[in-house]
Design a protein around this ligand. Structure first.
Ligand SMILES: CN(C)C(=N)NCCC[C@H](N)C(=O)O
Length: 288
């Protein structure tokens, strides 16, 4: 089993994560709180109330977990392709796998990464939604003092299943969209690369960026439901399950609820996934 794919997935994920976290915080707040009038209002309120630190809330756990999550995604993807087509990463330029196999490998990586991601993502979302300013004397204390305190409080108050709240929505968000993610990336690379050659850095950046946008646009409806389910339980239970969350969100806010955060998801997706794929391909070429 080629371990390089796992290591390259980890490092490239960390680079992308830091770059995209501020967008992610604003998106999560817009999806789960109804107190903001839009993106600009949310950015201004966050900055005024919490300073620039507010945009980076909840980033430490994703940084710690990205090694696991991204290496599982890229490692499982590549090793599933190896099992399906008997070609290694290096051989795939000369013998390109079919899009069906790429889609199946992407979906397999997506399901497994969703399970690893679930508890870390839930803690991230809970911390991102704390709007109390840090280090301001006289301001109210946030409910969670940090990621470890957050995990311990959830375990104590909501039980182990509390850490997996919203995980069905997460699996539904990530499975088909990650299949599509790799199909888009491969498709664009093939389109703009002469046969048998490796794609140029520009092609990798553009293909990675558009793969990110395409996958996040389609992922947004389940992303909204996932974030709402993850916040449920904080002040009692509002939703009886994923379907109830979908129905009640739709009843109260109409169809547009499923598109909340789509602009930010897309804006974040381009740079994050451009650098993720560029560093992934670069690292693999170093180890070849
Ligand atoms: C639509 N989905 C769930 C994805 N494309 N997921 C892949 C994650 C890539 C990168 N870490 C990111 O956060 O965009």
């Amino acid at each position: 089993m080629p371990v390089e794919e796992f290591v390259a997935g980890w490092i490239s994920g960390a680079v992308g994560l830091v770059l995209g976290h501020p967008f992610d915080t604003i998106k999560v707040r817009l999806q789960t709180q109804n107190t903001y009038r839009g993106i600009v209002d949310c950015i201004l309120k966050t900055y005024r109330h919490e300073s620039v630190l507010g945009f980076f809330k909840g980033m430490s756990f994703p940084i710690a977990s990205v090694a696991l999550v991204n290496s599982v995604l890229f490692g499982v993807y590549s090793n599933t392709l190896l099992a399906l087509t008997a070609t290694s990463h290096q051989e795939r330029r000369a013998q390109p796998p079919s899009y069906t196999n790429i889609f199946i490998a992407g979906c397999t990586g997506g399901v497994l990464q969703a399970y690893c991601l679930a508890p870390f993502d839930l803690i991230k979302v809970r911390l991102q939604n704390q709007t109390e300013p840090r280090m301001k004397i006289g301001s109210s204390e946030p409910r969670y003092r940090g990621p470890v305190h957050c995990a311990a409080s959830i375990l104590r108050e909501e039980g182990p299943q509390g850490l997996f709240r919203g995980s069905w929505a997460l699996v539904l968000r990530d499975t088909p969209t990650l299949g599509m993610y790799f199909v888009t990336y491969e498709g664009l690379c093939r389109q703009y690369t002469p046969e048998g050659q490796n794609p140029s850095s520009t092609t990798v950046l553009v293909a990675g960026g558009f793969a990110g946008i395409a996958s996040w646009i389609t992922a947004t409806p389940f992303d909204v439901i996932k974030s709402r389910m993850q916040m449920d339980g904080l002040k009692g239970r509002k939703y009886r399950g994923m379907l109830h969350c979908m129905a009640s969100s739709f009843r109260q806010e109409g169809i547009r609820v499923f598109f909340k955060g789509m602009t930010l998801n897309s804006a974040r997706a381009f740079p994050v996934n451009a650098v993720t794929f560029l560093s992934y391909e670069y690292l693999l070429s170093l180890w070849r």
